[in-house]
Design a protein around this ligand. Sequence first.
Ligand SMILES: *Cc1c(COP(=O)(O)O)cnc(C)c1O
Length: 371
Amino acid sequence: MIPFNKPYLTSKELIYIKQAVEEHGHISGNGVFTKKCQSFFEQSWGFKKCLLTTSCTDALEMCALLLNIEPGDEVIMPSFTFVSTAIAFIRQGAVVRFVDSRTDHPGMNEHMIEELITPKTKAIVVVHYAGVACDMDTIMDIAVRYNVKVVEDAAQAIDSYYINSKGKKQALGSIGHLGCFSFHETKNIQCGEGGMLCINDEQYIQRSEVLWEKGTNRAEFFRGEIHKYGWVDIGSSFLPSEINAAFLWAQLENLEAIQSKRKLIWEHYSEALSQTFSLPFIPQYATNNAHMYYVLCSTLEERTDFIAKMKKQGVHPVFHYQSLHVSEFYKHKHDGRLLPHADRYTDCLVRLPLFYEIDENKVIEAVLNCY
Ligand SMILES: *Cc1c(COP(=O)(O)O)cnc(C)c1O
């Protein structure tokens, strides 16, 4: 049986966890491995400040707090995304205005954002679906003109880039005011459950450390910048333990190997299946981090049939999101606009298994048997 995902272990994870437990003598958060991971991210991709979190959901919640989202504020985001993109803002009482997907890609249609902006709009949350960049120049231009903040849900977008019209290459997660990543076991680099907040706009750096440490100025205290620490703001316990950070560090050391292997599998799928399905579209301004290989069926019936036939051959492809505007929780609050492309990706998109140790030949053979 070929599962949809099998988390890859580099063999160093347990060694580093042992080191955290036995040598460093402290396994709560913000220790040696946390700092190593955060510096690695800051140096490799140019994020101004990184804080590891226990999930991407947590990082998004920190964004909602940092942006002071209040009841009645409006936040614009795609409908075809994971619930976490929305719940972080809904919890603060925000009203979500959903944007449809593009015709050629499940990511949000940047041309439909501006018409949704009102005086109540506080933020645009972009989601780089499958690690493929949104049109960030267009989106940042809207944000500047209307003075709204941009949060990048870059959960799937580690090691992927946006290349602007002048050829400048920027890491996803480093372009918006704030960026969020996930290290959930289904992502390219993982530690079971984990995430990261990237703070690119300096005005948020100091407060982000406070929110991260349960509303205290403990981080400043440990750096020796203040003499005693106490309760200064709202916050929560957003920081992961050193056990998770040690695990993540082993993955980061192997980033290049993991990424090149995933890209080879992705390329193999795209060559072998190009006669059967149209290739996942990657705009000129985006790179491919091989987070996902998806195909599009023509109808929901075709997809149901395809998944059943694949399972009979021992391969488990999976569909993806139910668009949030039709979800049980939010459909009554949605403003009623039709979002036909988000509906189409809800019904027709299927993800093929893609993980380090896969034998993708078996998947390809099974797909070709279905068509
Ligand atoms: C995985 C994912 C999340 C959630 O990440 P967690 O680390 O599990 O909280 C959020 N948004 C998107 C787009 C994702 O793919």
